[in-house]
Write a protein of this length. Sequence first.
Length: 301
Amino acid sequence: MNKHHLNHLRELESESIYVIREVAAQFERPVLLFSGGKDSIVITHLARKAFYPAKLPFPLLHIDTGHNFQETLDYRDDLVKKIGAQLIVGLVQESIDKGKAVEESGYNASRNVLQTITLLDTIEKYKFDAAMGGARRDEEKARAKERFFSHRDEFGQWDPKNQRPELWNIFNGKKNMGEHFRVFPISNWTEMDVWQYILLENIEMPSLYFTHQREVFCRDGVWLATAPFMKLKNTEKAEIKTVRCRTIGDITCTGVTLSEANTLEEIIGEIAATRVTERGGRADDKRSDAAMEDRKREGYF
């Protein structure tokens, strides 16, 4: 890695740490949303650096759909134990059992959308006034509209046309009772920045990100992992392929990539050469052209 790239990553790191410290300074009950994906792992790493040698001054929150990769849950539990963090888990299954969310049916059924209900209920239950997460502006056009500090009204909804200016990195966290903020410390990072930073800092990653053999099937041009709750059509066939995850979420919508990349250097090389966007394999984004923005307006992260 040359000096220019190193300086670039250190500037991004400094900016993100500044944002995280601003959250701790301005809000009474912040929380860090942790999915077990690379972006939330990097945010957690940055937060640890921001307050070292003290422990994190806020808990981690995982919204568990019940349809996660087991590797994700194992990594989450190991990390929490290693860093001595407090973990709060919001269960989508609990929202379904209470009648607050309705389970989808059919071949394309997913619990990904249902996360919004569980997230908003958990934020209200614990009175969190700021929720940090790893969304980046380069991921998707709706996320490109976000500020670092993204205001949510008392219903947890987002208005992209009513956001506050952030001139000279001055963040306005003023809110009314019942409102909260979503905060995106790595907004200015790209997928390549994330992986180069992971390499630079030697951050341990879930095995899902590296090449491995898995039973998968192809649907609408996207390779998906098989699972007991995944319903295959008559025209779909499960087969063993050498794959890795490029982004990690609910199994029902997380596309896997055919890949031989087994090291961080190989992953970086693969990303540099690909012409497919990071979320190109996310089945949930294909529901409509404005799928992400619609979900964000309703309270999705």
